[in-house]
Design a protein around this ligand. Structure first.
Ligand code: NDP
Ligand code: MG
Length: 394
């Protein structure tokens, strides 16, 4: 059994917590090489004391100085790094073979890309990186010889249901469709007329999953499922026509793959991110994730319904952006990040999020997205368009 060394990018977040929980259960298999975050230096200091990484990185330089002070005299092997360069270094350390990419949003793109170019095994949670720079990222992973293991629960489920040596060609593997399941979030049954006045706390109260605030809001608008459709397109080479979204409020079936012979394979489990994280960390082996057994009889009925496109306009926006291709998904993602942050700051209404995305897709012309610069330019332009449309200060 090979000892794996792991860099956890976004270690202080919800995915970071779950990944470190699984890692700590298997000290014979995993050693933490690097831990990173944005500015939560106190939490990162505690994690450094517990996991003794070689590198700890905070993007915020003032927070990095605080971390350095907090760790001094603790006799740790830890070097503290700052800025975007620190994140990229943590992602590409020679001592690291596995990178958990769990920074939220576009902020994770550069470090995830650095891990790809350095040929790491990447456990990808940061779906925004693929949405913004899918072509660039997949090319970097191929060039660097990186292995991509999805840990977004749906994509991990699909990965588990694909043939063992799936090579990115659904037709050659007899795949008819990918069925992405979605819980429908906290507002699945809320009268549509009430959506303009829902609160931040209500939007963040996901019925089944405990997650960071940005992805919780994305689940409430179902933009999360739109981003996941784009993520699935890049990860598995499936055209958007072959991806269907199914509402499954119980969140027990995490996604399905339908084959031409009529077989439909599904992966089931409790809604606990430690399952997909453990599957990818140990792949191709299996390890205990600390997740209890799924008792089907106690769980009871599993139900399915079609998504309501009037309630969830984000689904059509993502469908349209993927169809337009090029920089359109980057524009969609950037506008969504601006709008979700403004909603979380209580500066706009919940129902302003989708129109901001629609308007940005309308106003920013889609171009080819063959380089990182193309993707970043589209991201910057869309942020500025979204801010001015929402009348937010730059
Ligand atoms: P959280 O908000 O809980 O955590 C985000 C993490 O990213 C924190 O560690 C934060 O650091 C760090 N971060 C934010 N900005 C920067 C930056 N500029 N530089 C470095 N680090 C940064 O998010 P989640 O864990 O919920 O989500 C992380 C990613 O995983 C997202 O892309 C999400 O879509 C995806 N995902 C999450 C799931 C979940 O269950 N939570 C499920 C599937 C996918 P700090 O604490 O210092 O701010
Ligand atoms: Mg998901």
């Amino acid at each position: 059994m090979k000892m794996r060394t792991v860099s956890v990018l976004g270690a202080t977040g919800s995915i970071g917590d779950s990944a470190l929980d699984v890692i700590a259960r298997h000290p014979d298999r995993f050693r933490v090489a690097a831990l990173t975050a944005h500015r939560q230096w106190q939490k990162l200091a505690e994690l450094c004391i517990r996991h003794r990484p070689e590198v700890a990185a905070l993007t915020d330089p003032a927070a990095a100085r605080e971390l350095e002070r907090a760790l001094s005299g603790k006799r740790l092997p830890t070097r503290v790094l700052a800025g975007d360069e620190g994140q990229a270094e943590a992602a590409s350390l020679a001592a690291t073979d596995t990178v958990v990419a769990a920074i939220v949003g576009a902020a994770g793109l550069r470090s995830t890309l650095a891990a790809a170019l350095a040929g790491k095994r990447i456990l990808l949670a940061n779906k925004e990186a693929l949405v913004i720079g899918g072509a660039v990222f997949m090319a970097a992973a191929a060039k660097g010889g990186a292995t991509l293991l999805p840990i977004d629960s749906e994509h991990n489920a699909i990965f588990q249901c694909l043939p063992a040596r799936y090579a990115g060609d659904p037709t050659a593997s007899g795949i008819r469709r990918i069925l992405l399941t979605a819980s429908g979030g906290p507002f699945r049954k809320r009268p549509i007329a009430e959506l303009p006045s829902v609160s931040v706390d209500e939007a963040c109260a996901h019925p089944n999953w405990v997650m960071g605030r940005k992805i919780s809001v994305d689940s409430a608008t179902m933009m999360n499922k739109g981003l996941e459709m784009i993520e699935a397109h890049w990860l598995f080479g499936v055209p958007r026509e072959s991806i269907e979204i199914v509402i499954h409020p119980e969140s027990v079936i995490h996604s399905l793959v339908e084959y031409v012979d009529g077989s439909v394979l599904a992966q089931l489990g409790h809604p606990d991110m430690r399952t997909p994280i453990a599957q990818a960390l140990a792949f191709p082996e299996r390890i205990d994730a600390g997740v209890p057994a799924l008792e089907l009889v106690r769980r009871g009925a599993l139900t399915f319904e079609a998504p309501d496109h009037e309630r969830f306009p984000s689904l059509d926006l993502a469908h349209r952006a993927l169809g337009a291709g090029g920089t359109a998904p980057a524009v969609l993602n950037a506008a969504n990040e601006v709008a979700v942050a403004a909603f979380l700051d209580r500066r706009i209404r919940f129902t302003d999020i989708a129109p901001t995305c629609a308007e940005s897709l309308e106003r920013v012309a889609a171009r080819a997205a063959t380089t990182l610069e193309d993707a970043l330019a589209a991201d910057a332009e869309a942020r500025s368009v979204a801010r001015s449309w929402l009348k937010l200060a730059a």
